[in-house]
Design a binder for this molecule. Structure first.
Ligand code: GAL
Length: 422
């Protein structure tokens, strides 16, 4: 494996790595036929995530003659495993040719660590400044430079449902607020489903808490939690943690051992009625042939579109710079965004997409994105740094067992003090 070769190179010392780096695009992992390989590092290993990646790979094959895709995916939702592996590789001077990173605070971590190459000149060459909305370009620009090419915009605050389970329980209509949602959870439970709300491990619990915070605080105050404008010891946060705890009482108790797809399976199998999850779930359900599903925005979130954006970067020290740039060009192109987003549940970051090309869920999401209020996500890096995200995930993991609301709020207050503005 090429990455094993690179690890071996890394351990012989920095000088050797620098030499390999200096070779740049000539040491491109090519094979005897003259084809160069581009190692693309993601956490999109299965289901709808892999379907999206496959779409991008077929476009890359058309656009980038002489370059072959090498799959560096490390499975695990939200990059729970991939980010650890990536951090170790970057530390060892063994970067993939390109990797997936969330736009926003998560990307800033890599930029501030000096791990990424400025690709603003390529933005001009590829016409990307006109293709992406000005707000997104502003968000991506750091000291006048741009370091990533966004592939997609996902929405985090969506509840996915099993329609048959709901019909059997006599639940009709969409709950407008938390009280109505809890009444529906009670109805489903009364129909014999013990744990109607499917929940997975720590980061999926953080997503659920974030949705509750949006309901209880409103989008603006919620956004303030991440930029210092709202205190984490606010009474609204106390209420949210209480509401979150009430919701967890309807969830499967084995949640900490389940990735998001394992929790999703409870909904697919009719063992649960609901799951709060990002809209990659639409693509995953489609990829698994599930048709009996519905969705609604988390009750009480109104028109808030909790966004996150996947993007790809050129790491410093990438072996195949030309190939990586061709990957980035494909990611940013109209054809690449269509090939990817139609299969990934996300909407394109570009403004020139044709909604009719997309499945019904994404068509609705495109409308909501335009009309809604935007709020970022910590679980998926648009709101908080990776250190803050790890602290929040670990606090949620502890709460899942100890259910100590006071301790959870204190830990979240301390995390904000440590990480805000850094
Ligand atoms: C997010 C990522 C999505 C999706 C999800 C579940 O962090 O942005 O594209 O892959 O994780 O793994």
């Amino acid at each position: 494996m090429r990455s094993a070769r690179r690890v071996a190179a890394a351990v012989v010392g920095v000088a050797a790595v620098l030499t390999a780096t200096a070779c740049g695009s000539s040491d491109d992992g090519g094979d005897a036929s003259g084809t160069a390989t581009v190692e693309v590092f993601t956490w999109w290993a299965d289901g709808g995530e892999k379907a999206g990646l496959d779409g991008l790979v077929s476009q890359f094959a058309k656009d980038c003659a002489g370059q072959a895709f090498e799959n560096g995916a490390v499975a695990g939702g939200a990059g729970a495993n991939a980010k650890r592996v990536l951090a170790a590789r970057l530390q060892q001077g063994d970067p993939p040719d390109t990797f997936q990173a969330h736009a926003g605070a998560e990307l800033l971590d890599y930029i501030h660590a000096g791990q990424l190459v400025d690709v603003s000149a390529d933005y001009d060459g590829w016409g990307l400044k006109q293709a992406f909305p000005p707000g997104l370009i502003d968000n991506l620009t750091v000291d006048g430079k741009i370091y990533s090419v966004p592939s997609s915009i996902h929405r985090a605050n969506v509840i996915w449902t099993n329609k048959t389970v709901l019909a059997d329980a006599g639940v009709t209509g969409t709950p407008a607020d938390l009280a109505a949602f809890i009444a529906d959870l009670d109805k489903v439970r009364a129909s014999g489903i013990k744990a109607p709300l499917a929940v997975g491990r720590d980061w999926t619990q953080l997503m659920l808490l974030e949705s509750v915070l949006i309901t209880d605080l409103g989008a603006e105050k919620f956004t303030g939690l991440w930029d210092g404008g709202t205190d984490w010891d606010d009474a609204g946060v106390t209420k949210s943690i209480d509401d979150f705890k009430r919701l967890l009482a309807y969830a499967n108790t084995d949640r900490d051992a389940r990735d998001w797809t394992d929790a999703e399976k409870l909904v697919i199998d009719g063992k649960a009625a609901y799951q709060l999850m990002g809209d990659w779930e639409a693509a995953d359900l489609d990829a698994k042939g599930v048709t009996d599903y519905g969705w609604f925005t988390f009750p009480g979130n109104g028109a808030t579109f909790q966004w996150l954006a996947d993007s790809f970067v050129l790491p410093k020290g990438a072996t195949n710079v030309d190939g990586a740039k061709c990957w980035l060009k494909t990611v940013g192109s109209a054809a690449g965004q269509k090939a990817f987003n139609t299969r990934k549940g996300s909407i394109p970051a570009r403004t020139d997409a044709t909604p009719a090309d997309y499945p019904p869920y994404q068509q609705a999401a495109m409308e909501d994105w335009k009309a809604g209020t935007q709020a970022p996500s910590c679980a998926h890096g648009s709101a908080c740094s990776q250190g803050w995200q790890r602290a929040a995930n670990s606090a949620l993991g502890a709460f899942s067992t100890d259910q100590d609301a006071n301790a959870l709020q204190k830990t979240l207050v301390a995390a904000a003090q440590q990480f805000v503005m850094k």
